[in-house]
Design a binder for this molecule. Structure first.
Ligand code: SAH
Length: 502
């Protein structure tokens, strides 16, 4: 098979700013070559087995030389692979996409270039600055602050006399000389200016001022690279157009402790409100396999008058088995279906099942309350659920009728992000920690270590409900707030209320 290279613009940071074509190229890639400015969250979209090659600055502060990157793209394509070269912003805006393309052309490699949203436009947008505006700027000019040859000066006279918005990329280290040159060659010292760091990322920081004071302000604020320098009257529109930093959870670092497979809804919701969701999975969900008991229960499913699901995981694992065995959802027609909460009920919907009973209180006690008066000794109840679940429900229901508990999965400790967690705790960079079950609490504490309990006490801990809260308190931590509704939405609501009251 013939290889091909896609030079893809990944957008300035917010991973959702990639184009559909760019995403397609990521999904079909055998190899993805990426650097520092492209959001590595996009790598999650790659197919299984895709090779990832980082060519940006690592801790050693070295970038792979351009000629080696060119060579790498060609070699991988010659192996017959689909190579996606992910670049921050747009590949052709100071991205050396042109050079890579030329090299591919010379080597007769099939390639395509997929444009991206450049930080020079999109980055300004997230800072509330439109690059043009009928009243303030009828052109914009994107200028590099870092020239190939240091002696090759920018024609400051021309630049300073441009009336449109000036945008400097790669210019932070030369900010002082940039503003001095602009003033020297005719721009008013009072011209509005802004510096945008990590534009469109959750950690975006913006400093505004004028040509006269922007350098000192940026210095004082300790703004680092990557940063965009903007000069022009459009900067003043930021007060009105800065929707991004006004999102309710903007600037809040919120730790999500659920397992990787479960975390997406909470992460999405936090991000929707502009918060920075930090995934530190504490548990891993492992299916119990082989599972004769589950197969047996499914083969005799018609004998069960009730099936109780106590988690979304439990639902997924149950249906996976049921489908594997060649059945479909219709075999459940004899049973009434109980879901412990909204999340579980929603997961059931995906299989075409509407839960008959969802208790008002989303815990085992809630289910028992709902069932105790409607079941009798002729009923048979199936509960496919996690190993190590509390015995309450099975114990109580068994006093009334026959109950079959089938363990379908277990939750194991996941310590893969332990180092990251310890760094976050040390840096004091966490605003909220969310817990959605007792096992996430137990494993989180064991990962954080007893020596960090003191620090954790200063962080706002949000609990999904009473059982989880109890586990938190058992470890002498404080529950800052408990979700009124014991769901993921309830948790997000809880944080939002805290910020609003803040
Ligand atoms: N191709 C990229 C630009 C690459 S040059 C694009 O179209 O955006 C690298 C420079 O881009 C950085 O030094 C910085 O000035 C700017 N830059 C890129 N992404 C940025 C971001 N998210 N925030 C601030 N500056 C960014």
């Amino acid at each position: 098979m013939k290889g091909k290279v896609y030079l893809v613009g990944a957008g300035p940071g917010d991973y959702k700013l990639i184009t559909l074509k760019g995403l397609e190229a990521i999904r079909k890639a055998d190899v993805i070559v990426y650097d520092r400015l492209a959001n590595d969250r996009l790598l999650k979209e790659a197919k299984k087995g895709c090779e990832f090659i980082y060519v940006g600055k690592a801790s050693s502060n070295h970038t792979m030389p351009q000629k080696d990157i060119n060579r790498l793209l060609v070699n991988k394509a010659k192996e017959g692979k689909i190579v996606t070269r992910l670049k921050g912003g747009d590949p052709y805006v100071f991205g050396r996409g042109g050079e890579e393309g030329e090299f591919l052309y010379k080597e007769e490699i099939d390639f395509e270039v997929i444009p991206g949203i450049t930080s020079a436009i999109g980055g300004l947008c997230y800072a509330g600055i439109p690059v043009t505006h009928r009243d303030y700027a009828s052109s914009f000019h994107v200028i590099t602050g870092h020239l190939k040859d240091d002696d090759e000066e920018i024609d400051w006279k021309t630049v300073a006399n441009l009336r449109g918005t000036l945008i400097f990329l790669m210019g932070l280290s030369r900010l002082k000389s940039i503003v001095q040159n602009l003033i020297k060659h005719g721009k008013q010292g009072s011209t509005p200016a802004a510096v945008i760091n990590r534009a469109t990322w959750k950690s975006q920081r913006v400093v505004t001022g004028t040509l006269e004071d922007i350098y000192d302000k940026v210095h004082r604020e300790g703004i680092e690279s990557p940063a965009i320098i903007v000069v022009g009257d459009v900067v003043n529109l930021r007060d009105k157009l800065n929707y991004f930093e006004k999102k309710l959870l903007f600037g809040k670092n919120i730790v999500v402790t659920r397992s990787r497979v479960q975390s997406s809804t909470l992460v999405e919701k936090i991000e929707e409100f502009g918060g920075n969701a930090i995934e530190i999975p504490t548990i891993e969900i492992r299916k119990i396999e082989p599972n004769d008991m589950l197969e047996d229960a499914i083969n005799h499913i018609k004998e069960y008058s009730y099936i109780i699901f106590t988690s979304a995981n439990g639902v997924n694992i149950f249906f996976e088995k049921l489908f594997d065995m060649g059945y479909d959802s219709r075999i459940l027609h004899n049973s009434r279906i109980v879901a412990v909460g909204k999340g579980t009920a929603k997961e059931l919907n995906r299989y075409g099942i509407k839960a008959d009973i969802v208790p008002k209180k989303f815990v085992g006690e809630g289910i028992f309350e709902e069932l105790k008066d409607i079941i009798n000794k002729r009923d048979r109840i199936l509960i496919p659920r996690s190993k190590g679940a509390r015995s309450f429900l099975v114990d109580e229901l068994s006093k009334i009728c026959s109950v079959t508990e089938v363990k379908t999965y277990e939750t194991l400790k996941d310590e893969s992000e332990k180092d990251r967690l310890l760094d976050l705790i040390n840096d004091g960079n966490i605003d909220y920690i969310t817990f959605t079950s007792s096992s996430t609490v137990e494993n989180f504490i064991s990962m954080a270590g007893a020596q960090n309990i003191g620090t954790l006490r200063n962080i706002k801990i949000i609990s999904i409900g009473p059982i989880t809260s109890e586990a938190i308190r058992k470890h002498s931590l404080n529950v800052y707030r408990e979700a009124r509704e014991h769901t993921i939405d309830g948790i997000v609501q809880c944080i939002i209320e805290d910020v609003q009251e803040g």
